[in-house]
Ligand binder design. Structure first.
Ligand SMILES: NC(=O)c1ccc[n+]([C@@H]2O[C@H](COP(=O)([O-])OP(=O)(O)OC[C@H]3O[C@@H](n4cnc5c(N)ncnc54)[C@H](OP(=O)(O)O)[C@@H]3O)[C@@H](O)[C@H]2O)c1
Length: 262
């Protein structure tokens, strides 16, 4: 296969949770640019519809749907709808996620559960629902978005969310375990662990986000001296979504400008 073909997604279909905003939107557009048709889902249908319009401009087919990853019935219906619309789904990106910042001693159970439900259970339910379909077809590429702060402890001044860091660590273990269990069925299951990206839940215009609080300080500590940008996540997702990564599974690709290497 030629090197260009390795990354070509023509004829493939991807489903992207959280695809209506932030990193999910950027990854949905990157997959479409590489040739894939894309189903874009999250709870807010209207934001997904906007991304579908952007994908259609690229000449690909796209479908927007409202889906709550914490609700097994919503996941089942959404996955069934995407499979019946496109016939086959080869790529799943789990980008849905949520964060609440509250000191560990004060964190209400409701916040903890919402982060675990969305970030861990939601990722599992999507992997399970589309995993069955992919196993039947003996082919699938699953990419779970974790976080560079899911590896270890984080100073409360940076991100004060024990529920979030715990959930992202769990996403990494879920990824590795499914990779081992499903490799024999033709699936790869990998994770991207982004560092600090100036988008989505790190929007510099939203008070209290990490980038709004300390964007320039963080950028000055990152070895490559900047925050994450669109192309950084696009390149990572294309690797895991394409034939380029066929011999790579159960891996966590940290995209953090080298911060975790310090
Ligand atoms: N930006 C960063 O610096 C950064 C760093 C590390 C990791 N991450 C991870 O990257 C992923 C995307 O985050 P982002 O920065 O792009 O923020 P974002 O724009 O807020 O994306 C989160 C997405 O999750 C969706 N979502 C939340 N709860 C959901 C639910 N119950 N069911 C379905 N969808 C749900 C939201 O859409 P609805 O509200 O419409 O449901 C939204 O599209 C997250 O997993 C996040 O933890 C981000």
């Amino acid at each position: 296969m030629s090197t260009a073909k390795l990354f070509d997604l023509t004829g493939k279909t991807a489903m992207v949770t959280g695809g209506g905003s932030g990193l999910g939107r950027i990854m949905a557009l990157a997959l479409a640019e590489a040739g894939a048709n894309v189903a874009v889902c999250s709870r807010r249908l209207e934001v997904c519809e906007k991304v579908v319009q952007e994908i259609e401009v690229l000449g690909r087919q796209a479908l927007a749907l409202a889906l709550d990853v914490t609700d097994p019935e919503s996941v089942r219906q959404g996955v069934d709808k995407v499979i019946s619309h496109f016939g086959k789904v080869e790529i799943l990106i789990n980008s849905s996620g949520t964060v609440y910042e509250t000191p560990a001693t004060e964190m209400p159970l409701k916040q903890w559960l919402e982060m675990i439900d969305t970030n861990v259970t939601g990722t599992f339910l999507m992997c399970q629902a589309l995993g069955r379909h992919m196993i039947e077809n003996e082919y699938g590429k699953i990419i779970n978005i974790s976080s560079s702060i899911g590896f270890k402890g984080t100073d409360p001044e940076a991100v004060d969310s024990v529920g979030y860091t715990t959930s992202k660590g769990a996403v990494m273990t879920l990824t590795k375990d499914l990779a081992v269990k499903w490799g024999r069925h033709g699936l790869t299951v990998n994770s991207i662990a982004p560092g600090v990206f100036q988008t989505g839940m790190n929007n510099p215009e939203i008070p209290g986000t990490l980038v709004q609080k300390a964007g320039p300080i963080i950028a000055s500590q990152v070895p490559v001296r900047r925050l994450g940008e669109d192309n950084d996540i696009a390149g990572a997702v294309l690797y895991f979504a394409s034939a380029a990564s066929d011999y790579c599974t159960g891996q966590i690709l940290v995209v953090d400008g080298g911060l975790g290497a310090k």
